[in-house]
Design a protein around this ligand. Structure first.
Ligand code: PEP
Ligand code: MG
Length: 580
């Protein structure tokens, strides 16, 4: 039966494909003791369930080997079939049914827990993470036991262009960044907000995504046919043939529009009144530089270096970081690289850093020891990163950006540590750019309201609107339940952004916006009207923003935006914004 679910649109476009469930499900199964005479029947019931689950996997494997199907799907299925065939899972379950007289569901869940615990002991992170596959296999068997067998074949079309669509209760930024190495067509999650880092990574991957769906995970089964409309925030499950065709058409149209924008790659981002605007790219990993060049960005305006620290057990040491930073700056071939120091904490979790500086179990992580606060509490770790960045600065133009500054004293401590890192490098005879520019992110309202120390002590500013909105409106950006209140057009937010731009320009200090607002083409004219001349965004959004820039007249916009900034009713602001 076809049905639709709605959530928050976080990354546009359309994906059509097969569901791949990622599980953190709670296994609440009935638990009861069998009567002696029921044991044989229960063993048979379990064996049948395993056989049905095996047949489902065989059927899936056939689909997955169709030409054009994503290779990853095949790999997932092979691993699952191996787990299902492994006596370590099934023999022990039989034993629990026979000896302890546990019902099959209960026995399966107990044995899964045992195996998962063993996996947790593994040194190797990759192997440890494979416990997810065991959980999914168990879930498949449980569904059969509970009388919810999968439909084996439900394809409405032979869809060689099917995407692999991940369906999860929630995904962390660390989970999502791994999609960069997989061919994932899109994803939906039940939790999450639109500027959570998970959503940001989706935009950087340019894959359609909808979060905050609330009920997708329990309602969808592996291999269900899905359509994600990432622009409208809609997920259609098991669409009928008419809807499917309509979306295939729309997908093709979107691809065509995107390819038309490609002709702007070499055009200058110059407004109608002849003002040049710099459009930079945001990246998470060194491999992203390829896309930065593809879209002709003026440089990298934000390298979120914390992603180098995720999904691993050891912190990357100074040499490893140096190599990564050098590879990016060299790949940029003379274009500037704005490299942000570690912004770990809040929703960005790196297990290698979890036990440091009391970082585990903070009562309110977004307000806790995050970003520069964490780095100043861990000066050795911070110095390693600073030395790595400085060493890389010898190979190209690097600017150093510090996240989450609020206090003058944090600026002073940071500058002192940068000086110390330079002294250490001089002692070890390493070369670096002694004139490297140091900038601060303006993403805490206190910083925007008390800019003095930033203007006096730093070389440039970059406004992080994602956090600025979160902290101005007291809304957790990852919490879907308050996502409707997360409003970039709130008058308080607009005034903070505009004041920051103006204060910086008054003293000739370069100022950029690198939060998600910079990559939203609906905001381009507003920001230009505020005086912004440097934007940084994910490469996927850059050409559309350039298109907006090229259709703008900054002098006209400035007058209109002054009026918008005087409004304090969000509806009127949106209305005026539409007219820009
Ligand atoms: C921001 O807060 O706007 C920003 C760019 O940083 P991040 O999204 O990584 O917190
Ligand atoms: Mg931020």
């Amino acid at each position: 039966m076809s049905f639709a679910l709605h959530g928050q649109a976080v990354s546009g476009g359309i994906a059509i494909g097969r569901a791949h469930l990622v599980s953190h499900a709670q296994f609440e199964v009935s638990q009861y003791q069998l009567r002696e005479r029921d044991v044989a029947g229960e063993l048979l019931r379990f064996d049948k369930a395993v056989a049905v689950a095996g047949a489902e996997l065989d059927a899936l494997r056939k689909d997955a080997s169709a030409p054009g199907a994503p290779a990853e799907l095949s790999a997932f299925i092979d691993v699952h079939a191996m787990i299902l065939a492994d006596p370590a899972l099934t023999d022990e379950v039989r034993e629990l049914i026979r000896e302890r007289r546990c019902n099959a569901e209960w026995a399966v869940v107990q044995q899964m827990q045992q195996v998962v615990d063993q996996f947790n002991e593994f040194e190797d992170a990759y192997l440890r993470e494979r416990q997810q596959d065991i959980v999914q296999v168990v879930e498949r068997v449980l569904k059969v036991l509970q009388g919810k067998p999968r439909k084996l074949s439900r394809r409405k079309t032979i869809a060689t262009d099917d995407d692999l669509i991940v369906v999860a209760n929630d995904l962390s930024p660390a989970d999502t960044i791994q999609f960069k190495n997989l061919k994932i067509g899109g994803f939906v999650t039940d939790l999450g907000g639109s500027t959570s880092h998970t959503a940001i990574v989706a935009r950087s991957l340019a894959i359609p995504a909808v979060v905050g769906m609330q009920h997708a995970r329990p309602l969808i089964q592996d291999d269900d046919l899905l359509i994600i409309d990432g622009t409208r925030g809609v997920l259609i499950v098991d669409p009928d043939i008419g809807v499917l065709e309509e979306y295939r058409l729309r997908k093709t149209e979107l691809e065509l529009e995107r390819s038309k924008l490609k002709r702007l790659v070499t055009s200058r981002a110059r407004t109608l009144d002849g003002i040049d605007v710099e459009l930079h790219a945001n990246i998470e990993l060194p491999q992203d530089t390829v896309r930065v060049k593809d879209v002709g960005a003026d440089g990298v305006g934000l390298f979120r270096t914390e992603y180098l620290f995720m999904n691993r057990d050891e912190v990357p040491d100074e040499d490893e970081q140096f190599e990564a930073y050098r590879s990016v700056v060299k790949a940029l071939g003379g274009k500037p690289l704005t490299l942000r120091t570690l912004d770990i904490g809040a929703d960005k979790d790196a297990r290698a850093l979890r036990d440091r500086a009391g970082n585990r179990g903070a009562p309110n992580p977004a307000l806790g020891l995050r970003a520069i606060r964490f780095c100043l509490a861990e000066p050795q770790l911070f110095l390693e990163q600073l030395r790595a960045v400085l060493r890389a600065s010898h190979y190209g133009k690097i600017r150093l950006l510090i996240p989450m500054l609020a206090h003058a004293r944090e600026i002073e401590q940071t500058l002192a540590l940068i000086e110390l890192a330079k002294t250490q490098l001089r002692e070890t005879r390493h070369k670096f750019d002694d004139t490297i520019e140091i900038g601060g992110m303006i993403e805490i309202p206190a910083a925007a309201l008390a800019l003095g120390p930033f203007l006096r002590r730093l070389d440039f500013l970059s406004i992080g609107t994602n956090d600025l909105i979160q902290y101005t409106l007291a809304l957790d950006r990852t919490d879907g339940s308050v996502a409707h209140l997360y409003d970039p057009l709130h008058p308080a937010v607009l005034r903070l952004i505009s004041q920051t731009i103006q204060s910086a320009q008054r003293v000739d200090m370069p100022v950029a916006v690198c939060g998600e607002m910079a990559g939203d083409p609906k905001m381009t004219k507003l920001l230009l009207g505020m005086g912004l001349r440097e934007f940084s965004m994910h490469p996927a959004q850059l050409l559309e923003v350039k298109h907006q820039v090229m259709m703008s007249d900054t002098a006209q916009l400035a007058t209109r935006v002054i009026k918008i900034l005087k409004l304090d009713e969000p509806d009127r602001i949106s209305e005026q914004l539409e007219k820009l």
